[in-house]
Design a binder for this molecule. Structure first.
Ligand SMILES: [Zn+2]
Length: 464
């Protein structure tokens, strides 16, 4: 071999090595075998690892941990049996991803943090206000490294939700299962350092698009997967025909059954991904020196009730009643949780390991979106809604009308009752309305426009 040939061979080997390294670095979906990368004793002896998990789109009443007849959450059940504090009666602050996460990261309700759609006649989206501190910023100030890994594409820079995270991994579209765990592995291996860890993890497997349900699970039949056509709706699609009320009763029943099967399988997968993520953290040594895990959901899902599928415009119980769990090695973590509990207190639990002495009243907000009116008609999505809970009382304001539901006797919210003029929760409703009108009176900015682009990329909005 001449020296020139030797140089060529060495250069080829070097290029091959570089290509392999590049492939490793830019193939985030691949799950690396954790045994190869296991490091022991990563957790700080003084500050516990803090893990904040949002199981995206998980409504309480479809968890076996909350009494659902299908075994959708064996891992949550195991954690509860092992002593985790848990409630099925948490209330999400909003009915879709962006405003709920913004509340979890700031402790504020939607009208005060401002990250959501603006009501008509405006039709644009708002970024999280930049003058309110985020949970990640607070954890950073306490000496934590801050990492976010999200299956939902909207937990990203343009929405403002990742402010304070030193590392924020997400994709332009939803990522599920092994893809998400690949990102987590990459975050823990490539990005984590020796400071105590604050990890935010969004597990979006219950959110559509749903994959096929495989045969052989035992509790659900095999079924073909489905993606909702909400960006640029096709009038032939079952989702669109259902929302337009164009189906026969038989077609509706069959679709609701299929969607429920796909959704329940999604909840089961979310529970499974949670367990595998915790195993990965353990393999990396992040649970050894003490940890605190807080888990909730950002909203539920309509599964045919009231002629609705999807989520985002209404505040019925199926969309706002979510789980909340706290578990860990620290002394002083709560051993039980009240119900109803505003899920925004997940932030207090993640930051401090305890609920504040004074709990805020559970409340949710939903803003109108004219796209639903354009696409689905029949008055869908027109209203600005605020709901406030006080015990079993739920006050629901839709535009100017305010009604009360007694959830103890009427859990499906079928019988609206009059509201006494001196009901203490009326003040909270009025405050939310005032703040919303003030905030949404401003002009949209370039940052708001970027959120619209992110929503289009994720399939939430059409291309006009
Ligand atoms: Zn969500």
């Amino acid at each position: 071999m001449t020296s020139n040939q030797r140089v060529t061979v060495l250069a080829s080997l070097l290029l091959g090595l570089l290509a392999w390294l590049g492939w490793q670095a830019y193939l985030p979906e691949r799950v690396l075998p954790s045994a190869v990368f296991t490091t022991v004793g990563r957790a700080s002896p003084t500050q516990p690892t803090v893990i904040f998990v949002v199981l995206d789109t998980v409504r309480s009443d479809h968890l076996s941990a909350c009494g659902y007849e299908r075994p959708t959450s064996p891992n949550l059940e195991r954690m509860i049996a092992e002593g985790a504090a848990f409630t099925c009666g948490a209330v999400s602050p909003a009915s879709w991803t962006v405003p709920s996460h913004a509340s979890y990261f700031t402790g504020l309700d939607t009208p005060h943090h401002g990250a959501t759609f603006a009501p008509p006649p405006a039709e644009y989206s708002f970024v999280l206000r930049d003058d309110v501190p985020t949970l990640a910023e607070e954890m950073l100030a306490r000496g934590y490294q801050t990492i976010s890994v999200s299956g939902n594409p909207l937990v990203q820079e343009t929405t403002g939700l990742t402010r304070g995270f030193e590392v924020a991994l997400h994709s332009a579209d939803f990522i599920f299962d092994a893809q998400l765990l690949g990102r987590l592995e990459r975050a823990l291996w490539w990005h984590a350092d020796d400071r105590p860890l604050f990890l935010f993890l969004n597990i979006a497997d219950a959110h559509e698009p749903w994959p096929d349900v495989p045969a052989g699970l035992g509790w659900v039949e095999a079924a073909e997967g489905m993606a909702y056509d909400r960006g640029t709706p096709n009038p032939e699609e079952p989702f669109v025909r259902f929302m337009r009320d164009e189906m026969t009763p038989e077609e509706r029943t069959a679709l609701v059954r299929r969607v429920t099967d796909l959704y329940d399988y999604g909840v089961w997968r979310a529970d499974d991904v949670l367990a595998r993520a915790l195993t990965m953290l353990e393999d990396h040594g992040w649970l050894e020196g003490g940890y605190r895990l807080v888990l909730t959901s950002d909203h539920g899902e309509h599964l045919g009730d009231r002629g609705l599928l999807d989520h985002g415009r209404y505040l019925w119980e199926d969309v706002v009643r979510v789980p909340l769990l706290v578990q860990g090695t620290e002394d002083g973590l709560p051993s039980a949780l009240p119900s109803p509990l505003w899920a925004v207190h997940a932030r207090d639990l993640a930051r401090d390991g305890r609920l504040p002495a004074e709990l805020e009243p559970p409340r949710s907000h939903a803003f109108p979106n004219t796209t639903w009116q354009q696409w689905f008609g029949r008055g869908l999505g027109e209203s600005f809604s605020v709901a406030v809970w006080q015990g079993d009382d739920k006050l629901l304001q839709t535009d100017d009308a305010i009604v009360r539901y007694d959830l103890a006797s009427d859990p499906n919210e079928q019988h609206p009752l009059a509201v006494p003029e001196d009901h203490p929760a009326l003040e909270v409703l009025a405050d939310g309305m005032d703040a919303a009108l003030t905030h949404f009176g401003r002009e949209p900015t370039d940052a708001d426009a970027q959120v619209i682009e992110a929503l289009k990329a994720a399939g939430y909005l059409g291309d006009d």
